[in-house]
Design a protein around this ligand. Sequence first.
Ligand code: SAH
Length: 382
Amino acid sequence: MQAVETPHKKLENKLIQKKNMIGLSEKELYDSILELKIPEKKASMRTKQLWSWIYCHGKKDFSEMSNIDKVFRSNLKNNFSLERLKIEQKEKSLDGTIKYLFSLNDDSKIETVFIPEKKRSTLCISSQVGCTLNCSFCHTGTQKLVRNLTSEEIVGQLIAVYDDIEHWENSKKTNDGLSNFQIITNIVFMGMGEPLLNYSEVKKAVMILMNDKGLDFSRRRITLSTAGVVPYIKKAHDELGCMIAISLHATEDKTRNILVPLNKKWPIDAIIKTLKDDLKLRNSERITFEYVMLKDVNDTEFDAKRLVKIIQGLPSKINLIPFNQWVGSGYERSPQKKIQAFSQIIRKAGFPSPVRAPRGEDIMAACGQLKSSTIKKRLNNA
Ligand code: SAH
């Protein structure tokens, strides 16, 4: 007979679940080891060793950590885990983009997209299960189930992808001079969710990603994308120093209220004001704006000119994103000619305005197409 996991059994499993070391801050890791009753000095040495095994070597098993004595290794094994996110599904696009569907401990699902390019590769990660913002053109917003991800689940996305693309083995080869374009150079918080509505866990995760004794992503290679949670823009910029991208998508409030309902709380003026007045941009630093090109909604020459006026005086780059279609959206992508004309007006005003090439469209992995199948499955099982 097949074993059935009763609610009681599920709870029991949860209670005996060991603490995952992935996603703990350095301080938390240190404090947890201290609980194993070792002297403080030793604990700080062990923290350094563990950090390197976990984030430089990708070890999944304490028994492989050769510079830690056997007794302590088994002590660690009894109390902690290095458990990975479960890959529930993996789809590869014709252009090489890979979409991962991860299953979390509470059975909710998130998506992560790996976008390899010749000279750089980007990992697009999620910060929440679903999203509360309900942007009218975004597929993720149609998913009802929403919760914040923990730092373990945020960092866990990179770790699981590193395992899958055999990064730990390959990065060693790269040190020997062999080029490996698969190496992830950039991390963008442009998957599911609004990172600035889950600031504390996102902050913790970013600090781990940037830690130079481990994953070592420079602040310039991490981008937090936000629909405009104004009070947290300055906070994120000051505390993390990573790049900020603003999902603007419209040049006046009436349209933006419909596209990005969060605009009713923090309108365009408020966003621009905090960028201009509150952020101390470093030399050569600029703000990225994302602007989805929607046919007959926000794509006129007039819009382009108004956009230029809005960002005047602010070092900016405007990424134009051709709308990625999904069934039932009610929107269409602007024609290529219109996108080019729009871009040209912005470029003429002195701002870079690249048109983003859609990636992974055939597997619904492009911007705004992410939506895990949780709900669908729930409905099917009902
Ligand atoms: N909540 C954050 C993070 C999501 S990032 C934010 O709003 O910035 C995802 C980016 O893709 C955002 O700029 C979003 O507006 C854009 N996007 C969403 N749906 C899209 C679609 N169907 N086509 C193109 N871009 C889309």
